[in-house]
Design a protein around this ligand. Structure first.
Ligand SMILES: Nc1ncnc2c1ncn2[C@@H]1O[C@H](COP(=O)(O)OP(=O)(O)O)[C@@H](O)[C@H]1O
Ligand SMILES: [Mg+2]
Length: 358
């Protein structure tokens, strides 16, 4: 990976005229909305076919950089233009997916967030290792070698399967072995170790939205949502006898707001802090800004985290006007998009901008 001389790039920036730049997708409208609320300039990097739609939000976007392919983000002319506009890139879930991790990691424009986390996020195993090192409770897992130890319902996750497509549930080692072999024969995976086999935790899904501020050295819980997933969340509408032959799938269709029992918040905060501390330890300077722990809450209140996202998640789009939690910290309509812009402004005004960029 080419080394980026962040310091030299920032030195040439006019910090009084910062732009917030992001790919026009995922949660970009919220990010632009928040940046405008904070009085910052906004830049949309947009694929030509989406231009008309994003142009209709005239109030939100100051500059457009139109690309034919998303991967043009890393081209010299786009990077040059972004620097001219004193841009800070705000990453979201579509960034790495659209441009690839190599482009995202080597992009010669400052990023608000922890760039070194992209590599970890690209691997289900590295992701779970980070959570384990941070002493965050995760589901039991099994490897290809100890399939015979499986004594519970498990979810088998395939690498790169977006939205959980291709995942399957089973409690039978012989069936799992057979299905994995079939997937190897079909070239979907190259060995059983490519699949992540986790205990299927029964409870309620809850996705916690956090924001870690390096400027205030403070962790904020900014919201919580439930991902409504097809078809698994639709199965409960069917009588049991019809469910049996249906294979559950986990494609996110939308997000539903959730407010947690206040007694759960202490644990949610604790696990968030563990995540902050572990990223500081193993990936310095550690997480910057938004992240999400994806969990199942059991009936005894135990929280089991099965995945994380090291950036803004789409569930925060519910709270453009602030969430029941963001009001408690800020007493003003504070979305995660706006919180990002606020952090950038605070960092600039305190001459600490390097603290929040990688
Ligand atoms: N260990 C688990 N127990 C119960 N449900 C799970 C578990 N892991 C994942 N899920 C369900 O599957 C969905 C997709 O899994 P996830 O690991 O988040 O993969 P993806 O990469 O597709 O986001 C989750 O949103 C959740 O509904
Ligand atoms: Mg997930």
């Amino acid at each position: 990976m080419a080394k980026i001389d962040l310091e030299a790039i920032i030195k040439r920036y006019d910090l009084e005229n910062i732009s917030i730049a992001t790919l026009a997708s995922h949660s970009s409208l919220q990010i632009f909305h928040g940046a405008r609320a904070e009085g910052l300039n906004t830049v949309a990097i947009v694929e030509r076919s989406r231009l008309e739609f994003y142009r209709s939000f005239t109030r939100l976007i100051n500059d457009f950089i139109v690309v034919d392919r998303w991967s043009d983000l890393c081209s010299e002319s786009v990077v040059e233009k972004l620097r001219e506009l004193n841009s800070i890139i705000v990453p979201h879930g579509s960034l790495v997916e659209y441009v690839g991790s190599e482009c995202a990691e080597s992009l010669g424009v400052p990023i608000f967030g922890l760039r070194s986390l992209y590599r970890v996020e690209a691997s289900q195993r590295l992701k779970m290792d980070l959570l384990k090192r941070g002493k965050i409770p995760v589901p039991r897992s099994f490897s290809g070698r100890d399939l015979d130890d499986i004594d519970t319902l498990v979810i088998v996750k395939l690498p790169g399967a977006k939205g959980g497509r291709g995942y399957f549930l089973s409690r039978d080692p012989a069936e799992i072995r057979l299905r994995l072999k079939r997937l190897i024969d079909e070239g979907v995976i190259s060995s059983t170790d490519d699949a992540l086999i986790q205990e299927y935790v029964v409870g309620v899904t809850a996705y916690f939205h956090y924001f870690y501020s390096p400027i205030l050295d403070r962790l904020e819980i900014l919201g919580c949502d439930i991902r409504y997933e097809s078809n698994v969340d639709g199965l409960k509408r069917l009588p049991n006898k019809y469910i049996e032959e249906i294979e559950p799938t986990f494609t996110v269709i939308g997000n539903i707001p959730m407010v947690l029992r206040e007694s759960l918040l202490l644990k949610v905060y604790d696990y968030g802090m563990r995540f902050v501390n572990e990223t500081k330890r193993s990936l310095p300077p550690g997480i910057i800004g938004p992240f999400c722990l994806e969990s199942i809450v059991r009936d005894n209140g135990d929280i089991v985290v099965f995945e994380f996202s090291g950036r803004i998640v789409a569930g925060t789009n519910l709270y453009i006007d602030g969430s029941p939690y963001s009001w408690l910290y800020w007493d003003e309509p504070m979305s995660v998009g706006r919180r990002i812009a606020r952090e950038i402004k605070m960092a600039r005004d305190r001459r600490l901008i390097k603290k929040i960029l990688t």
